[in-house]
Design a protein around this ligand. Sequence first.
Ligand code: FAD
Length: 424
Amino acid sequence: MSKRTDIIVVGAGPAGCAVSRAYALAGKKVILLEAEPVGKSGKRFAGEWLHPQGVDALKKLGFGSIASMQGRPQGRGFVVYPGHGESPVKLDYVEGQRGLAFHHGDLVDEMRKLVSETDGVTFRQGVRVAAVDDQGVTLENGERLEAERVVGADGRSSVVRRSLRGSGNHKAMSAMTGILLEGVKAPYPEYGHVFLGKPSFLLGYEIAPSVVRICVDVPLKYKTEMKDPEWLIAATRDTLPAVWRKPCEDQIRGGHLRWQANHFLARADYGNGRRVLIGDAAGHTHPLTATGITNGLVDAIELVETKRFEAFAKSRRRACRVPELLSRALYDCFSKEDAFSQSLRRAVVSLWRNDEKERERTMGLLMGNGQSFITFAWPFLKALVGAWRGRDNTTTMGADLASIASWIRLPMAYAMAGWVRPKA
Ligand SMILES: Cc1cc2nc3c(=O)[nH]c(=O)nc-3n(C[C@H](O)[C@H](O)[C@H](O)COP(=O)(O)OP(=O)(O)OC[C@H]3O[C@@H](n4cnc5c(N)ncnc54)[C@H](O)[C@@H]3O)c2cc1C
């Protein structure tokens, strides 16, 4: 026998909790389904940094207690260490706005608790959705639930997306390991630190007072080497600040690592109105620019506030295009090893160091202020010119031109994608 409700939400991560709460506050009856058994969310290594736009979204949905919890680190922006002993460059959020840092499991536990206490939400944990259609979902145990709308907030391997588009449409980018250091401070406690190095970059930020999370990005071509702890120690040693080196080595040797794969899926497809995709189910990119949770929270609010599904999808496609492009471009810039890309890396850092407007523009784009392609293309062009001028002449012009061509392909593809609509 099937059970009927207004809305079924698949997945109780940040996006699923947010959309369930938003629908319930708007008077809808919601069934929220989560596959993970009770008590398992604390184990996951995932998003731990929220941009100010995401903090506002939490507050708007009544999750404000999470943001105001005393002692929880507030993010003022990012500090980029270019390497080679050069001094760091600080990029502040515009207008003194603040982000938030936390342990991913703490955020999810607190959101789940609040949403399970919300009138109108039935939260069922430890149940996996096996199949989805326009009328509802079938659970792994064969139980059938039906609704006016199914919202897929079920993450990167979304069963709701697969029900619409089939599998295998996201692309692996890199692997990342998370290391926790306890009893140490960050050089800039209220900032996310980005350390540029080889073979890629490291991130570091406080997720609680004197608890630092280090994220080590490992390009896929090193997938054999990364299993060797000594290789990982060597890869991080020269890039990390001296005070973090020893505790980091101890954690690596002790095997206290959590690995995650990073994938890319452009945010082009939000479903068909009966089956809607939000959060990572709609699209995801490398965590370098920390946009995933913020995107999911804003999706949730806009989906509930926007009357027509098509208007919601159009608005979110438009809002996410430039931040996504920035994230792809910065990831390539910080991880590609060819000489021209390294020159581009120096040019980008120099642009930030010497031009306050460019720092503000970059942070504005990360915060979702700026949807026009030109806001990305103009500084990108400036950086390309800077990189060309700053080449170190150790490579041939042919190799550099090939690298430039690969750099130009990415924004061109995005500019074109602006006119291409996915099939309904
Ligand atoms: C290493 C790493 C670091 C990151 N750092 C950041 C960061 O600093 N800031 C940031 O904003 N983002 C970051 N991200 C991205 C961020 O974690 C994601 O964007 C965010 O968690 C997506 O939220 P979501 O609710 O859409 O999906 P998820 O968090 O993936 O939640 C999906 C939920 O659906 C459940 N589910 C899946 N399938 C089913 C099913 N069939 N039936 C029922 N339930 C199901 C899952 O158990 C899960 O609880 C990072 C990601 C990684 C991998």
